[in-house]
Design a protein around this ligand. Structure first.
Ligand code: 4AD
Ligand code: MG
Length: 477
């Protein structure tokens, strides 16, 4: 047998006349003669030509949709349109047959919901293989961006004793037996006897520990899984998702916004430059889906045009107070079309964010200076004593992709805020120490990894951009 070559290598630099072996899965089989073979190495398939004088009928019969085969043959210039090279098969070995009578993916038009239940097979489809190659691309680009700029990758803990966001939406980590947990004198569960000698949970954010890193290494980032036990059954929420959190000493909120904008544009550009085939397919997929939709329901631009538009234009920057004023003078507000009321102090709802991004500015918007009462304890108080130096980056079709802030570096203001919000100082004494010993202004943000993948791939549901989604009621695979 000749050397196995990956399809990506063959297509990049076809060596006409070379004898090769390729291994992969059959994406299509036409006229008992033409196989579109994909091995996952790239979006494109290699055309394999089967001559019934050379390959036995028995073998040809077993070359079915999504069967796994090895083909040895000669690379020839292709006569057909759409490819420069094809593989004329000398021999075919069936590595794994697919029984189409029971194969769940035998029809090509399965719904996304159905495919989610078949997460062990969905990666064989064009759509999901493209999505997961893009997911890899973005993960790689994240590390490249920060490394090139001199940031250090800090691994923050997954099991923690603190609730960084103060939202109380945490998964408990415990080895105590729920039936016979030890009881303390006051009748509550005696967590001192638990594995870590205290209550612990899965982290909701690596930020507080990233601040430790920033105040020693200057510029750091975390990139890891985060967990939120919020009962949100939406197309934008996961119970287990990945977050990228840079944290930078000496940065104020404006430096933070500049970093956020530059960073997401870099990630999008990286995909445009390096994964054109996958993006072109995802683009055409949406176009196909929207073909029969009413014009108002279609996206205003194709996927690739949208991505280019976002990298080529400045994000709009407004304050929360401006946002509220704009919303209150908007048509949908005046006509009573918003489901939620708009007044200063509310948390912006998705319908409000989408109006700002999709209707008013028609581009990504960074909203800053939110009311202190709707934001976390660590955000830096502004001089008005009502708002904090927080910023959210809002994207079309998605809403919030980034949430960040300048951190409160003034010890007295921080402890006052913690008291007001009932956050026990003992548990965060180390966090306060960062203010007592060599503290300085610093800022950071969190980018929701799956949310940016959702945007770049144009997929409609966050469960379709993570290999094995965890959501309320669902932890299969
Ligand atoms: O806005 P969040 O809650 O911010 C933080 O956790 C800060 N500690 C970040 C920081 O300043 N270092 O979350 C950050 C981002 C959101 O903007 C959103 O994109 C994503 O994380 N996110 C979720 N993604 C998927 N599923 C969920 N349940 C998410 N919750 C937040
Ligand atoms: Mg947020």
């Amino acid at each position: 047998m000749s050397r196995r070559k990956e399809i990506v290598t063959i297509l990049k630099d076809p060596q006409i006349g070379e004898r090769v072996t390729v291994k992969g899965w059959v994406r299509a089989f036409r006229n008992n003669k033409f196989v579109a073979l994909n091995d996952g190495s790239c979006f494109k398939t290699l055309q394999v030509v089967i001559d019934s004088d050379v390959i036995s009928e028995d073998i040809i019969k077993r070359v079915g949709f999504h069967a796994c085969i090895a083909v040895t043959g000669k690379l020839l210039e292709s006569q057909g349109a759409g490819q420069a090279v094809e593989l004329q098969a000398d021999s075919i070995e069936i590595l794994g047959e697919t029984d189409l009578s029971t194969y769940p993916l035998q029809s090509k038009k399965q719904s996304m919901e159905f495919l989610r239940e078949k997460a062990h097979l969905r990666m064989r489809t064009n759509t999901f293989s493209a999505v997961f190659r893009i997911r890899h691309a973005v993960a790689f680009a994240i590390n490249k961006y920060f490394n090139d700029k001199g940031y250090y990758y800090l691994h923050t803990p997954i099991i923690t004793g603190s609730d960084a966001e103060g939202a109380g939406e945490m998964f408990r980590v415990s080895t105590l037996d729920p039936k016979g947990a030890p009881i303390a004198e006051d009748g509550s569960i005696d967590w001192k006897q638990d594995f870590f000698g205290k209550q612990t949970n899965l982290t909701v954010s690596g930020q507080l520990q990233a601040e430790i890193g920033a105040l020693a290494l200057g510029k750091v980032y975390t990139f890891g899984p985060t967990f939120r036990a919020e009962n949100s059954n939406t197309s934008r929420h996961l119970a287990e998702f990945w977050m990228i959190e840079p944290e930078v000493a000496f940065f104020d909120i404006f430096d933070d916004m500049d970093l956020a904008e530059d960073f997401v544009k870099y990630l999008i550009n990286y995909c445009l430059d390096n994964y054109p085939d996958d993006l072109a397919f995802l683009d055409s997929r949406i176009e196909e889906m929207e073909k029969n939709m009413k014009k108002e329901l279609r996206r205003p631009m194709g996927l690739i045009d949208t991505l280019k538009f976002v990298v080529e234009n400045d994000f709009e920057r407004i304050t929360y107070t401006d946002a509220i004023n704009l919303l209150r003078s908007s048509k949908p507000y005046k006509k009573g079309k918003f489901e939620y009321d708009v007044e200063w102090g509310i948390d912006l709802q998705s319908e409000h964010e989408r109006w700002l991004v999709e209707k008013k500015f028609k581009k990504p918007v960074i909203v800053r200076d939110y009311p202190k009462d709707i934001k976390a304890f660590y955000m830096r108080m502004n001089d008005d004593d009502k708002t904090v130096a927080a910023m959210d980056v809002l994207f079309p079709g998605i809403g919030e992709v980034i949430g960040g802030s300048q951190r409160e570096e003034r010890l007295d203001k921080l402890t006052k805020r913690m008291q007001e919000m009932d956050i026990p100082e003992e548990e965060l004494s180390w966090y306060l120490d960062l203010r007592k010993f060599g503290g300085t202004p610093h800022s950071g943000f969190g980018l929701g990894f799956e949310r940016i993948i959702l945007f770049i791939t144009g997929m409609g549901n966050i469960r379709d951009v993570i290999p094995f989604p965890r959501t309320p009621g669902n932890a299969e695979f």
